[in-house]
Design a protein around this ligand. Structure first.
Ligand code: DX5
Ligand code: ZN
Length: 224
């Protein structure tokens, strides 16, 4: 997975049909998705439960692009190896998930996966300042993690601060939560390059009728 700063749209399968992930992934990739965002929730760090490493391993063969695994779990460390073995290209852990995020990020990198660090809306940009030499991606949550379809929390200033802090380092800035054609332009202007979008991509479509997925992805791209 080589680094590039072009804008990437990463549909979140949290908004897909859970009984049909393989086909949903094929459809959104055919309709223009750049990465596939996979939301792992534990009912402890966040008030919702999705799935774990076994499901990630099962969907891996269906992903031709990049498998971007967002861990909303605590603790993180006991499960890193399992998500890496499941084939994740990027594994993102929350800075709030435990006392030793630095160790978690080192452990992610040691598996060969790219290491991401996510920030809840209330966590300042400075929380990642001393992690920038060991991360490949910073994920700015623009909703409180746990559910798709929530309203966007405007944090463009935090994104700009991170962009300045990151400078020329090969680190992606990803936005997760409430991304739509209306919110995307300000986020890209502030310096983001990966836009996660769940409801804004999957709305109106299905595996039987995937054309809306493409229209939705193109609407986000056209807005920026
Ligand atoms: C929220 C998840 C997001 C979510 C985004 O906890 O991390 O990835 O799926 O959904 P939308 O785009 O609908 O806000
Ligand atoms: Zn996510």
């Amino acid at each position: 997975m080589s680094f590039d700063r072009s804008v990437k749209i990463a549909p979140s399968i949290l908004s897909a049909d859970f009984a049909n992930f393989g086909e949903e992934i094929r459809c959104v990739e055919a309709e223009g998705a750049d990465w596939i965002h996979v939301d792992v929730m534990d009912g402890h760090f966040v008030p919702n439960i999705t799935f774990g490493p076994a499901t990630c391993a099962a969907i891996r063969p269906h992903i031709k692009t990049v498998m971007d695994v967002h861990l909303m779990i605590a603790p993180v460390d006991p499960y890193i190896e399992a998500f890496a073995e499941a084939g994740a290209d990027v594994i993102t852990a929350h800075v709030e998930a435990g006392a030793h995020i630095h160790r978690s990020l080192q452990a992610i990198r040691a598996t060969g996966a790219k290491a991401g660090v996510a920030l809840n809306p209330g966590t300042p940009a400075g929380a990642v300042e001393h992690l920038l030499d060991i991360v490949d991606l910073v994920c700015v949550m623009t909703v409180n993690p746990g559910f798709g379809g929530q309203s966007f929390i405007p944090l463009e200033k935090k994104v700009s601060q991170l962009r300045a802090m990151i400078g020329d380092r090969p680190i992606h800035i990803e936005i997760d939560g409430g991304v739509t054609p209306l919110t995307a332009p300000g986020l890209i202007r502030a310096g983001a390059d990966v836009l996660v979008a769940g409801s804004a991509v999957f709305k109106g479509g299905s595996v039987a009728n995937p054309a809306p997925y493409g229209e939705n992805i193109r609407a986000i791209r056209a807005a920026i």
